[in-house]
Design a protein around this ligand. Sequence first.
Ligand code: C2E
Ligand code: CA
Ligand code: CA
Length: 394
Amino acid sequence: MKEFINEVISAIELHEIKAYYQPQYDANNGRLVSAEALVRWEKADGTIISPMQFVPRLEKTNAITLLDWFMAEEACRTIHELGEKAVPIAVNFSKWHIKERDFARKLQSLLFTYDVKPGLFEVEITESAMSEESFSVIKEWAYNLADIGVKIAIDDFGEGFTSLRFVKDLPVDFLKIDKSFLANNCQDERGRGTLETVFFFANKLNLSTIAEGVETNEQLKFLQNMDCDRIQGYLFCRPMKKEDFLVLAMIDQVPTVESDNYLQRQGTFSSHSLLLRAIKDEYQLVIYGNLYKNSYYVMHADDSLEFDAPTAGIIDDMTAASIERCTTEQEKKHYDELLSRTSLIRAFCRGENRVEAKLEQKINGSVEKLSTVIHLMKHPYRDDILMIGMSRRI
Ligand code: C2E
Ligand code: CA
Ligand code: CA
């Protein structure tokens, strides 16, 4: 092992170890917006050795940190050379750096040496590296980085799904979606469902997304539809030598992805939020529920309605409370027959996918007449019956 490490160190000294750069593009307009630095070993005889052949071995010891710092310095030099044309560059850091004392301070002084704005430097760390450490250690490490102004990207995200909690409570800027999710050209329904969930999650937490390993137009279209922010992959560019990358970044960028009209450019989530806004304007209360699981959550409740049910809970409890709020015995019976969980399940089994009711409710002292529409549908993968209920004052 020692011999191997010495071989790598002398390769660095002999300038055989090189930083290649793979451009990342804005998913909407196809402009080059950033890049990832990827190591290559160019042997004296001209053969190029891929990182897969030496990085995993080097990663067994903390000797990998030498290589990563070398790459970080190379990236800083490149950003510096690009001057006004600089784009952010992401550098891969192995799990050992989480244990490295003064990691953030060391990075800060490197940025200072090359006069690089911290916002132009991105630290890529894999999801699995993070999940090996205790949360308090990761948290301190990440906040120290955020304090010096560099960006953090979680690499290979989604491989383990262990990091949902990590991500929620950390100052992370980007999720890099693992390329295995793009398998089968995004044609597989289950794979697509998983991807949609990951993007939904990122969108909820206001994180930017990067998809790597994009090779086909079908994948690109799907990712655009998901509101993915950046795209990296052979469809656009392979990792390239620094000289080629400098030329590419220096020339004025021409959009390469056609963007038609505004609405078409809206991905799933931004058009969803437009749609949701229109629904919220019309309905004071929107509730999502799973009738089989007997659970619901309130997607939207207008303040003016003073709806006092918990924001998430058991449908039967919510129904019981609503029945309590009905003004007459007849209304109570009516409510139970139309809108209780069992009545809704029965309606769905009869082939109805829409139930409507107009009912009076005592809400916060005053009597309100509410019109409620409930849409029923089967869960896309399971046998559950889902509902969206929308109520408005009349
Ligand atoms: P990674 O960080 O997940 O990097 C992305 C890998 O996907 C790169 O492989 C890249 O060349 C490849 N790739 C990009 N676009 C496509 C595509 O469209 N299709 C396919 N099939 N692959 C694509 P590469 O350069 O061989 O690097 C492999 C891994 O080695 C990296 O995976 C990273 O984990 C590690 N690595 C590379 N450079 C460094 C480094 O400086 N430090 C550390 N610690 N690890 C590094
Ligand atoms: Ca990476
Ligand atoms: Ca990756």
